[in-house]
Design a protein around this ligand. Structure first.
Ligand SMILES: [Zn+2]
Length: 623
């Protein structure tokens, strides 16, 4: 059974089925229905249908009685086949009041069934066309096709001749033949004033949408949903042609089969959401406007100058969706700060991640976040280094130490020592090989080449090490050790030079969330200075961590510097390389995420131990 506006009501359908049950000699066991859900929806949207399929598979009934073949659904023949097949496999007989038994066991039966099925589906498509045709005609007559009531507008009931019968109350529905609803300017003077103020102010002053929202808030104009004014609302209202007296319909659609393109009916292609302005039906002068057409057009020109399309942002910001502000728990938005030269041209772009509470609502954000931001290249570079450290070994410094020790000959140049170093190099070698293997699953040929090169470098290290045995002077030793370590560590630089889209994919595979913690110190006059106080990185459990466990086995003498799967480790306060002493804080693996590789949704890691001593870097400033 489905919606109440079908040919027969659910009660009537029940009556028919009861009669059919008697005729078929069946005893009614259970009843399934999906009232008011369209018949072309799959089981995911129809709980009754789903329950029926499951009950059939559990063998809770033998015969399925339907009022009509439509009742099972108006799928097209391919979409429906799956469900019918499930019923057939469960050995269910399907009997309908209108068409008798649906015979899926024979060739003829299946052909007849398929033809009927397609016919029912065509009915839906046909219906969709008719509905859209009616909606276009209705909109062109200046009527409302439903949807929300605009701010500062009222709904009115209009009779066949276009005369207003009366104003409708909020949420009131009227079904009267020949009557339609329209939206006209409200009688609420405060709301009308708010709209006029908004348009005039925007046209005459140089204001951002956000600043305008604050002004409306300060002046006490009631906001559309009572939750306060914000930039998005202001921007949407300034573009809405209803305020100059036009009716617009079709600017958004969620249609499945048909939709409008101007006056024409076109296939919807499943593209919902906002559409191009020319795709909508617009009727000018359908009702009295709230602002003058001239003023409205002036505002549109100004709006279009501000409007910029954002494209390809994800490519530039590999961490978007992964990095969060710890104070408000909101994601940090990717944003770019452009510095201009004297002629006003864009000179430099500074990509950065910014607390979205501040980015969206400014200083007056509810979470009380300051201007918290961090430079994108800085945090990305840091992360690459950190990941490299985790996946390649206990750290560059440890490596330098070890190499130096070896070169200086302070450690006993015994056979055992040389063997240990040899083993260490072999382990590094194996790890890089494994990393290459893991990265291969990313299907990023570019990165693969880079890592292949890195592997070649490992071979060179071995050669360097054997050659370095000849060095004796202490100043040479330091330089040589650094140089050798750099060869390994170049991998980080290679990674950070990789295509941002590839880098993004790599980060998403390894990291589930990054939380940034901030310090806000007042600077007087309501101003504050914000700086990064530390943070946490939650690593995604992945096959790569097996590598870490192996590493711990391989180098038991340095366990505290290693990161093993599921354990928090202190990677705090230790400089990562010579150029950047900055460190975000501690690195965690997220235990609860174990085994869910490839799941890109960020978990909330808040209830993990709070003892992460934060650290610090001179990484962000300003408030
Ligand atoms: Zn925040």
């Amino acid at each position: 059974m489905s919606s109440g506006k079908q040919e027969r009501s659910p009660a009537q359908q029940r009556g028919e089925i009861a009669k059919l049950a008697v005729a078929e000699g069946c005893h009614l066991v259970c009843e399934f229905s999906d009232e008011a859900i369209t018949g072309d929806s799959g089981p995911e949207k129809r709980p009754g249908f789903r329950a029926m399929l499951e009950a059939a598979e559990r063998g809770e009934f033998q015969v399925l009685l339907l009022e009509n073949g439509d009742r099972l659904g108006r799928f097209d023949s391919l979409a429906g086949a799956e469900h019918y097949n499930r019923l057939r496999e469960a050995g269910i007989r399907i009997v309908t009041c209108s068409d008798g038994e649906i015979d899926l066991g024979t060739f003829e039966g299946r052909v007849v069934h398929t033809v009927r099925q397609e016919g029912r589906h065509a009915f839906l498509r046909d219906l969709s066309r008719k509905v859209v045709r009616g909606q276009i005609a209705n909109a062109k007559a200046g009527n409302s096709n439903g949807g929300g009531v605009r701010y500062a507008m009222d709904r009115v009931l209009v009779d066949g001749s276009g005369k207003i019968v009366r104003r409708l109350a909020d949420g009131e529905t009227v079904r009267m033949p020949g009557h339609r609803t329209q939206q006209v300017p409200s009688r609420d003077k405060t709301k009308l004033a708010a709209v006029r103020y908004m348009f005039e102010r925007f046209a005459n002053a140089d204001l951002t949408y956000r600043a305008l929202a604050f002004e409306l808030e300060d002046r006490g104009y009631p906001s559309p949903k009572g939750a306060g004014w914000n930039a998005a609302t202001v921007s949407a209202m300034l573009r809405n042609p209803a305020y100059r007296g036009s009716v617009r319909w079709g600017a958004r659609t969620s249609a499945r089969y048909c939709t409008c393109q101007g006056d024409a009916i076109v296939s919807a292609n499943g593209n919902g959401g906002h559409r191009q302005p020319e795709e909508a039906v617009v009727v000018d002068g359908a009702h009295a406007g709230i602002v003058a057409a001239k003023l409205f057009d002036r505002v549109q020109r100004k709006v279009s100058q501000r409007y910029r399309t954002r494209v390809g942002r994800r490519g530039v910001f590999p961490l978007s969706g992964l990095i969060y502000c710890e104070h408000c728990g909101q994601p940090m938005h990717a944003s770019s700060q452009a510095r201009h030269d004297r002629k006003g041209r864009d000179c430099y772009q500074y990509p950065r991640y910014m607390c979205s509470s501040y980015n969206v609502s400014g200083q007056r954000n509810k979470a009380g976040c300051g201007c918290y931001w961090i430079k994108a290249d800085l945090v990305q570079g840091w992360l690459v280094k950190k990941l490299q450290e985790i996946f390649l070994g206990p750290g560059r410094e440890a490596l330098v130490d070890e190499i130096q020790k070896h070169l200086r000959g302070t450690a006993k140049t015994s056979r055992a020592d040389a063997e240990r170093l040899g083993k260490r190099v072999a382990v590094l070698d194996a790890e890089v090989a494994r990393l290459v293997k893991a990265v291969r699953t990313l299907d990023a040929p570019e990165l693969l080449t880079e890592l292949g090169n890195a592997r070649a470098e490992q071979g060179r290290i071995k050669a360097e090490l054997s050659r370095a045995a000849a060095y004796n002077a202490p100043e040479d030793v330091q330089a040589e050790a650094e140089r050798i370590a750099d060869l390994t560590w170049e991998l980080g630089e290679r990674l950070s030079e990789a295509d941002p889209a590839v880098l993004r994919e790599l980060f998403r595979r390894m990291v589930s969330r990054i939380d940034c913690r901030w310090e806000k110190t007042p600077r007087g006059k309501g101003r504050a200075k914000s700086r990064l106080a530390g943070g946490r990185v939650y690593l995604r459990p992945s096959p790569l961590f097996v590598l870490e466990a192996n590493h711990a086995e391989a180098c038991p003498q340095k366990p505290k510097k290693l990161l093993t799967a599921g354990t928090r480790t202190h990677l705090i306060g230790r400089s990562i390389n010579r150029s950047s002493a900055a460190s975000l804080g501690s690195v965690y693996t997220d235990r609860r995420r174990r085994g869910r590789i490839g799941d890109t949704s960020a978990p909330v890691g808040r209830n993990l131990s709070e003892e992460s001593a934060g650290i610090v870097g001179p990484t962000a400033r300003k408030g």
